[in-house]
Ligand binder design. Structure first.
Ligand code: 5GP
Ligand code: ZN
Length: 113
């Protein structure tokens, strides 16, 4: 999608700090980190949110979750990490291209409210 921030990042039109890339997915550092390690993992195909996941595109989601442990290991997140996807306004989703936050590098708060 031409007006999507993360599609522009995938295309290289907006710079980002790459952490991992393959044919189907891209991972990069969040511009406003909420933890010592804050990586975003996105499918290269535009999916707006978790609500856009269906049988036709779910293989890339499985692939993301196959790669997340590799990214976490490379980032040195030996004590654990959190994976979050905000879906819709009540969750505070601000970028409408499906993304998974990987947060770690400190003991994370359990306050999810
Ligand atoms: P959301 O709030 O939609 O779950 O997460 C969007 C995330 O994208 C936020 O954590 C925000 O800091 C990050 N973000 C927004 N714009 C940019 C950008 O231009 N570059 C990078 N690397 N991250 C961004
Ligand atoms: Zn997009």
């Amino acid at each position: 999608m031409s007006d999507c921030l993360f599609c522009k990042i995938i295309a290289g039109d907006i710079p980002s700090t790459k952490v991992y890339e393959d044919d189907a997915i891209y991972a990069f550092r969040d511009i406003n980190p909420q933890a010592p390690t804050h990586v975003l993992v996105i499918p290269k195909t535009h999916i707006a949110s978790v609500n856009g996941v269906c049988a036709d595109n779910s293989a890339v989601i499985a692939h993301i979750f196959e790669v997340i442990p590799t990214i976490a290991k490379a980032e040195g997140l030996v004590s654990g990490y959190r994976v979050v996807s905000n879906c819709g306004p009540d969750a505070g989703q601000t970028v409408h291209h499906l993304h998974f936050h990987i947060l770690g590098g400190k003991e994370l708060s359990l306050d999810m409210a």
